[in-house]
Design a binder for this molecule. Structure first.
Ligand code: NAD
Length: 480
């Protein structure tokens, strides 16, 4: 930090930039968390140059060193979950419990990939030519650009940075501009691990300058991106021109199907948690609730009763279930989706009110619409808001067809006691993740995560599948 500005980390040094931005708490806009340096194209290029140098050294580091570094980062995240969870909640607006849970989970990603460091095995094969042996093994892909969104500032970074380092790559990390504090705090931890200079670089700055420089660079070997579909398309187009490896996790329009035979309490709990927790700002949020007609009225009545008990307000306060909307732009967008649903004939059954609190902030009560159709704008767009829409359907077949009738395909859920329907759903939901009697949001850290259609592009993230992206296979032929 210099002159109260949190700096970028390039080539092992904390470097200030010509400009900086204020990081504002969305739950109290009078609270400025800090000022964060904004790199330009030139500084981004310096980070790329440093990463090229750093990677050459890091790939030669012993497995024991990589294991220790990742364990140590994971340990520190977990130890400091209260402090760093508070910082995360303060800049993003999610509740303290959610912020702390995210930091803890981020530590688990580092621990998981520490163990993966020790599981880097190759294969041998007999040659079709006598006297020749064949070995295949994985090498680091090289310099990886990591571009992340604002809604999971620490976890998204962790599930990319941990495998990148585990497999011997160097990193240029560009976080979202709304949440630089969590990125800076994570970088500060990484900066104390004794990595070769340039192995890890933080370049905070705009998508149009830092992001564009990274995705158009021919010196970057791979780009991993999580964010909106619109930006994802730009990343795909830019990297395709240079034939740079890319991996994209983007938006979704997830649905939870509730069948007549569902346990009502399970249905309500899964719907409420999937749709509204995290202020609905999750790529796995279930903004569509597809309910068969036999249980529809009972479900809507019970969901409204449950929603009345949800407390919206100061993310740091005890007993609060839903924190702040991330920023003014997101709030404006939420209000325009509420208006569009009503204009299209949806019935606002509960909520959707702007809430005034002691401090100026962006608070919205969770909203439930009924009488909606899958063709309405509110059921087509990813809203990223605490807004859920009930779509009434005749039976399971119509429910499945409705769930699949979207351009996205990240997660899909079903609440049923029928093995027959659950089994059919697992096979035929066109989503990357399927949840049975569970919310659409909430995944483990040791298994692959990703979607289908316009939700994902490239190889899967997380679990042992991550090595597909962060390594490249080499085949060696040896004649004795
Ligand atoms: P965004 O696309 O606006 O920004 C994502 C990142 O891309 C930011 O760091 C941003 O600065 C950068 N960026 C913007 N323009 C760029 C450009 N031209 N070139 C390179 N980088 C650029 O997304 P957001 O609003 O920060 O995040 C919300 C989105 O993220 C939602 O659509 C959500 O569903 C998605 N998301 C997906 C997952 C998943 O795993 N599928 C997880 C979390 C969030």
């Amino acid at each position: 930090m210099s002159d109260n500005v949190f700096c970028n980390f390039i080539a092992g040094q904390w470097i200030d930039s010509a400009t900086n931005i204020a990081n504002i708490n969305p739950a109290n806009t009078n609270d400025i968390i800090g000022h964060y340096a904004q790199a330009d194209a030139e500084q981004t290029q310096q980070a790329i140059n440093a990463a090229i140098e750093g990677q050459l050294q890091w790939q030669q580091s012993g497995l024991e060193q990589r294991y220790s570094v990742l364990m140590s980062i994971g340990d520190e995240l977990i130890e400091r979950k209260q402090e760093l969870g508070t910082l995360l909640s303060r800049e993003e607006g999610k509740t303290l419990a959610e912020g702390m849970g995210e930091v803890y989970r981020s530590g688990q990603f580092f621990h998981y990939y520490a163990a993966e460091v020790l599981r880097q095995m190759g294969e041998t094969a007999a040659s079709v030519r006598p006297g020749i042996a064949i070995e295949t093994y994985r090498e680091p892909v090289g310099v990886v650009a990591i571009i992340t969104p604002w809604n999971f500032p620490t976890a998204t970074a962790a599930w990319k940075i941990a495998p990148a380092l585990a497999f011997g790559n160097a990193v240029v990390f560009k976080p979202a501009s709304q949440v630089p504090a969590s990125a800076w705090a994570l970088t500060e931890i990484i900066s104390r691990q004794g990595l070769p200079e340039g192995t890890f670089n933080l370049v905070m700055g705009s998508g149009s300058e830092v992001g564009e420089t990274l995705i158009h660079s021919r010196q970057i070997d791979a780009v991993t991106f999580t964010g909106s579909l619109e930006t994802g398309r730009k990343v795909a187009a830019a990297t395709a021109i240079n034939l740079v490896k890319c991996q994209l996790e983007m938006g979704s329009k997830n649905a939870l199907v509730i069948l007549d035979d569902a346990d009502l309490d399970t249905a309500v709990e899964c719907a409420i948690s999937g749709a509204f927790f995290g202020t609905g700002q999750k790529c796995t949020a279930s903004s569509r609730l597809i309910v068969t007609e036999g249980i529809h009225d009972k479900f809507v009545a019970a969901a409204i009763e449950r929603m009345k008990k949800l407390v919206v307000g100061d993310p740091m306060a005890e007993g609060v279930h839903i924190g702040a909307v991330a920023d003014a732009r997101q709030m404006e967008q939420n209000l325009s989706y509420l208006a569009s649903a009503s204009e299209d004939g949806a019935h606002l059954a509960y909520g959707g009110e702007v809430i005034e609190t002691e401090n100026p902030g962006y608070f919205l009560s969770p909203a439930l619409f009924t009488h909606t159709t899958n063709q309405m704008k509110i059921n087509r767009d990813e809203t990223f808001a605490p807004i859920a829409c009930v779509i009434k359907v005749k039976d399971y077949d119509e429910a499945l067809a409705t769930l699949n009738d979207t351009n996205y395909g990240l997660t899909g859920g079903i609440i049923t006691q029928s093995l027959k329907y659950a089994t059919d759903f697992k096979r035929n939901a066109k989503t990357g993740c399927v949840m049975v009697n569970l919310p659409t949001a909430g995944t483990d850290y040791h298994v692959p995560f990703g979607g289908r259609k316009e939700s994902s592009f490239g190889s899967r993230e997380q679990g042992s599948y991550a090595k597909e992206f962060y390594t490249i296979v080499k085949t060696c032929y040896i004649s004795a």
